[in-house]
Design a protein around this ligand. Sequence first.
Ligand code: ADP
Ligand code: MG
Length: 288
Amino acid sequence: MALIELDEVSKVFGFGEATTLALDEVALSVEKGEFLAVMGPSGSGKTTLMNIIGLLDRPTHGDYNLGNESASRLKPIQQAKLRRDKIGFVFQFYNLLPGLNVLDNVSLPLAYRGMTPVRRAKRASDMLELVGMRDREYFMPSQLSGGQAQRAAIARALINKPSIIIADEPTGNLDSHDSKVVMELFSEIHRQGNTILLVTHNPELTRYASRVIYMYDGMIVGDEKTPIGQMARHARRIYFKKQRVTDSDIAAGVSAMLKDIPGKEITSKTKRKKATGRKRRLIKRSKK
Ligand code: ADP
Ligand code: MG
């Protein structure tokens, strides 16, 4: 069985007239050691998907298995333990605690393990060395550049030695140099055999990935294996189209991204996804 297995996972937010179907019967399996990039326009469900995979949120419907355990059936406390041991998160805005210095931010997750302060500091210091931030240990988050803050956040994500790293637009707030530094770190973590899930709007970054999924309207509308070092095929189309966006496109509020999630594929997949009851069972059977 795959490391991550989602079967018809749906997520509904809100009640009554204000409901949003953030995920619409998503099926996804991710093998150990994959570097999966997730692309799609904003609002397409990328963060919701990452939060469910990362056990920060629960599906409304469907099953989620993580390393052969039925994660959706675990109690919150068991989920929290699984999350602590298996998953490291990196977010767009670093989420460092402003009142703690870098070393204390990085060692914080260890405090919940009952480790002595000296051992915690030693381990945090080693992690900071790994991300090239040893000399910033006693800086406060406000004294760091974006790239440095993100490297500290990565050190914190790695401190429990998780085998899965979930990074939700980690370079969204960084310039191209800092993005590269951060991506090289993820790449190194990947080479060590870990599984990486990266949400990104930047087609260039699909070069680091071994697979790219494209989301639209809460569904996965494209799934592409791609050699590391090469930009994914669909992503490349988005990238080159993006160069040709005219001022009138921008004025019309049409983002290149939205336009380019390939329309044909969406309709065909959408139709398949929307099949219900008997037809869906038939589709399933025919796939086996
Ligand atoms: P993305 O990360 O691709 O931008 P999200 O997963 O954040 O998309 O959101 C998917 C959809 O679900 C959006 O329509 C968003 O408004 C909605 N949504 C996400 N989180 C919540 C929430 N906590 N409450 C209500 N709606 C939400
Ligand atoms: Mg998001």
